[in-house]
Ligand binder design. Structure first.
Ligand code: GH3
Ligand code: MG
Ligand code: MG
Ligand code: MG
Ligand code: MG
Length: 302
């Protein structure tokens, strides 16, 4: 483990360091509470554990721990366990330290075996936490990513759109939304099988992600339907962008084994105004899409 010690008494600090190093840990040290807070805020990602003396000048161990815990809540990726060392056996001191956010309290003089045991327990705590964070990140990715195409799914797309709408409102910037739908996709499935259809959906998504303008956001919002959010873009420029996307998706055939699949897409586009909410916005883009379908497909309609 990489351990940071905060201890004002030089001899205590040296003994502690030697002992921890003998146990195989890497140790750095600071000599008071203020130094601890300042140093740790800069280097929190580098350490696995803090060992903090209770009585120190400038800032006590409790004050330092309080500040560190206020700065990094329980879900901060750089959270580390903290052990307090103190000469005081007072129950209220123990309570104070744990309340401030310390995870263990050891009474000086430190018994080496007790310290080794606490280190083991703290390591277990830190490992469990790391695993929870990793699991949480995996679940988060699963719940926002479309399994087939790896694009944001409908839920994630709507969340991103909501955020962009709020920004657009606040900074008085234009924002456009489009729905892209593959024309006669059922026929593609009928001709090449569902697997051929899937290959097309994946390749189409890859093209969108690869050649999208900076800031544009896509999501798979239905079977063969994709949402497009164009921040900082007025209708005139959105039309140009959508026309470019239409060509990107339709100019080159899609390869399925040795077969080449040609397709067209229809795009419905609309502009966000502070009067329409998200639901209405997508509905409006859907209405434009319907019009594109009715008037011959293979086109962008506002
Ligand atoms: P239109 O031009 O009017 O949009 O016609 P369309 O055939 O594209 O529209 P329709 O809504 O009738 O058909 C969409 C098809 O998309 C039907 C459905 O089986 C297919 N589909 C939906 N999700 C998937 C998928 O994940 N993979 C594959 N291969 N096909 C899918
Ligand atoms: Mg001290
Ligand atoms: Mg349809
Ligand atoms: Mg379709
Ligand atoms: Mg459709």
């Amino acid at each position: 483990m990489k351990i940071l010690i905060a201890e004002d008494a030089p001899s205590d600090r040296m003994l502690l360091r030697l002992h921890l190093e003998k146990l195989g840990h890497q140790v750095s040290e600071v000599s008071d509470g203020a130094e601890l807070v300042e140093y740790f805020f800069e280097h929190s990602a580098e350490y696995d554990l803090l060992v903090v003396d209770l009585n120190m000048p400038n800032k006590t161990g409790v004050e330092a721990v309080n500040q560190i815990r206020a700065f990094q809540g329980g879900y901060d990726a750089n959270w580390v366990p903290i052990i307090i060392l103190s000469g005081s056996e007072s129950d209220s001191d123990i309570l104070r330290c744990i309340e401030a956010g310390a995870d263990a309290y050891l009474i000086k003089p430190i018994q080496h075996k007790v310290l080794a045991a606490k280190l083991m327990a703290m390591t277990r705590l830190a490992d469990m936490r790391k695993r929870l964070i990793a699991m949480n990140a995996r679940l988060e990715a699963l719940s926002t990513t479309d399994y087939l195409t790896n694009l944001p799914n409908r839920r994630a797309f709507e969340k991103n759109l909501q955020d962009e709408m709020a920004k657009s409102d606040r900074y008085e910037q234009s924002l456009c939304v489009a729905v892209i739908d593959i024309d006669h996709f059922k026929q593609i499935n009928d001709t090449y099988g569902h697997e051929g259809g899937d290959v097309v959906l994946k390749e189409l998504s890859r093209r969108l992600e690869k050649d999208k303008r900076a800031g544009d956001q896509f999501g798979r919002i239905g079977g063969e339907e994709f949402g497009l959010c164009l921040p900082y873009t007025d209708l005139e420029n959105a039309l140009i962008a959508c026309e470019r996307y239409r060509q990107l998706l339709t100019q080159e055939p899609y390869l399925y084994g040795d077969r080449r699949i040609n397709l067209t897409v229809s795009i419905g586009l609309c502009e966000f105004t502070s009067e329409n909410n998200q639901l209405e916005l997508i509905k409006q883009a859907d209405a434009a899409l319907y019009k594109a379908k009715r008037t011959g497909r293979d086109r962008v309609v506002v």
